[in-house]
Design a protein around this ligand. Structure first.
Ligand SMILES: [Zn+2]
Length: 452
């Protein structure tokens, strides 16, 4: 009669393998994904080490062997035969590097190739990383310059990762982010509100980024591309049902045009600081940059604007003109004054600041201003950084997604949005190039000087 072996019967490597096998016996559940296996192994064995790798391999070995029979096409659901057996895929998992061997199927009708095992494990379609690894690499890459990522990765995980790994993951997941249906993406990133809120504040502003070969800055996504994305975001926020919608912005004409198109009932508010800055800039031209009267000018403008009387500001400015020393009433001063008067007249209905304050409305687009910093600048406007247009788009989209969904959810949200988006085959690539071309056009328009 054979006795069941106990751990005492094993030594050296055999003992380690036996321990891993027992771990797998305990932990394996049918239908586990690679992420589920990796996380269990990570909790007990840590990151990228031999013990972890043994445990993960033992879990994978518990999966039923892949039979070389026909498998259902993910698109048309018809069974398709194996096209090629035992194709290998090298993967870097949270436990370490391993190689999977699996069968390749090809559906002629759908022109779609697929690996049933990869799908069962929910592996990313491309690349050398598992989803759990990609998630972590992406988090580093979106928060730190690539060179620093490698050093910080070593500190956290004691293994190496090249600058290029971070770049590749940003390119890959960035393409998923851009390729997804943008409304679906917004829905995934921001869970639907349980009830319709009483008020919604929309703040629109452009942000500048340093782009390679274009000095000093350029538009990455023009309004033409931004409008549909914003429209989707407003739908997710239930803007149509909200009682009070406020639209805050600087004086850029296209901004208000957008407001009228997307939310014609919104109350438009000119950002307080932009309104005041225009008065101060005009004061500088009228009085001179170094004038001791400048603070007084600023204080008076502030008072008049706060009282909600842009016309009173205009009247005072006109009166000022007569008081100016003759040498200062040159063409520049007249132009500055004329510019300010026109700006205030065009925006007068958006400058009822006293009324807004009474109603408890925000009058400054502080959220948008701080978003420049915490969404884009902290990662994309470091000293010496210059982005290619293509990478700038991806990183900007990913940073926005990250700040919307948070680091725990952003990766999965993007993947879910991608899975829910209507399959476009390889179209996204074509779309990608089209975006790139539009980007160039937007860029020229921007450089031609149509920013605010
Ligand atoms: Zn098919």
């Amino acid at each position: 009669m054979t006795r069941k072996k106990t751990l005492k019967d094993f030594t050296g490597d055999d003992l380690l393998h036996e321990l891993a096998a027992r771990f797998a016996d305990q932990q394996y559940r049918a239908g586990m994904t690679m992420s589920q296996m990796e996380l269990i192994v990570w909790e007990t064995n840590g990151m990228e080490n031999p013990a972890a790798l043994r445990a993960l391999n033992a879990l994978l070995a518990r999966m039923p062997l892949e039979a070389p029979t026909g498998k259902r096409c993910p698109k048309c659901n018809k069974r398709v035969a194996v096209k090629a057996k035992d194709r290998t895929r090298s993967l870097r998992t949270m436990a370490g590097a391993l190689t999977l061997t699996r069968n390749y199927h090809y559906c002629e009708a759908c022109q779609l190739g697929f690996y049933p095992l990869d799908r069962a494990l929910e592996l990313p379609e491309e690349g050398e990383l598992t989803a759990e690894m990609e998630k972590r690499v992406l988090d580093f890459a979106l928060n730190e310059v690539y060179g620093e990522c490698a050093a910080r990765w070593r500190l956290h995980y004691r293994t190496s990762a090249s600058d290029n790994l971070f770049r590749r993951v940003v390119a890959r997941v960035g393409a998923h982010c851009e390729g997804a249906d943008q409304q679906v993406l917004q829905e995934e990133l921001k869970p639907a509100l349980p009830t319709t809120p009483d008020a919604l504040v929309v703040e629109v502003d452009g942000s500048m980024l340093p782009i390679r070969g274009l000095e000093p800055v350029a538009v990455v996504n023009g309004l033409g591309e931004f409008a549909p994305v914003l429209e989707d975001a407003l739908r997710v926020e239930r803007a149509e049902e909200v009682h009070t919608v406020l639209w805050l912005g600087d004086g850029a004409v296209c901004n208000w045009r957008l407001a009228e198109q997307l939310l014609p009932d919104a109350i438009q508010i000119l950002d307080w600081y932009h309104a005041l800055q225009h008065a101060v800039d005009c004061g500088k031209v009228l009085l001179g940059e170094e004038s001791p009267w400048l603070p007084l000018w600023q204080e008076r403008s502030k008072q008049l604007l706060a009282a909600g009387e842009p016309s009173a500001v205009i009247d005072e400015l006109m009166a000022c003109l007569s008081l100016l020393p003759r040498r200062r009433t040159n063409r520049d001063t007249l132009e500055a004054l004329d510019g300010l008067v026109r700006y205030y007249r065009a925006n007068a209905h958006r400058m009822r600041y006293a009324l807004y304050r009474e109603s408890g409305f925000p009058i400054a687009s502080g959220a948008a201003e701080s978003a420049h910093r915490h969404v884009l600048q902290v990662r994309m406007k470091r000293a010496g950084q210059h982005w290619s247009m293509r990478n700038a788009r991806k990183v900007a989209a990913l940073r926005a997604a990250l700040r919307t969904a948070g680091p725990l959810d952003v990766y999965d949200d993007i993947q879910r949005a991608r899975a829910r988006s209507k399959p476009r085959g390889h179209y996204w690539r074509r779309g990608h190039y089209r975006y790139a071309r539009e980007g160039t056009r937007e860029r020229r328009r921007c450089l031609a000087g149509s920013s605010d």
